[in-house]
Design a protein around this ligand. Structure first.
Ligand code: ZN
Length: 66
C-alpha cells in the first residue's frame, strides 16, 4: 500500500461516530433474518458487514457471518 493511500484512511473513531449517529436507538431486520438493536450499546447481535463492493453490501449478524 502506498503511503498516500494509507493517509487517506480515516481513523476508526470516524466510522464509530457515523455508526452511532445513524444507528442509535434503531432496530433492524438483517439479511440473514436475525434482528439487531442499537439501544444504549446493548446489542442483541453483533453485526457483520460484507463488502464485496459498495453497491453489494451484505449485512448479517456475526453468527451467520462465519
Ligand atoms: Zn443471523
Amino acid at each position: 500500500m502506498e503511503k498516500t493511500q494509507k493517509q487517506a484512511y480515516e481513523p476508526p473513531e470516524a466510522l464509530k461516530s457515523i455508526l452511532s449517529q445513524v444507528l442509535a436507538g434503531r432496530r433492524f431486520r438483517l439479511e440473514c433474518g436475525h434482528h439487531i438493536t442499537f439501544l444504549g450499546g446493548n446489542l442483541a447481535n453483533d453485526l457483520t458487514i460484507r463488502n464485496g463492493s459498495a453497491e453489494d453490501l451484505k449485512v448479517i449478524c456475526a453468527q451467520c457471518g462465519y
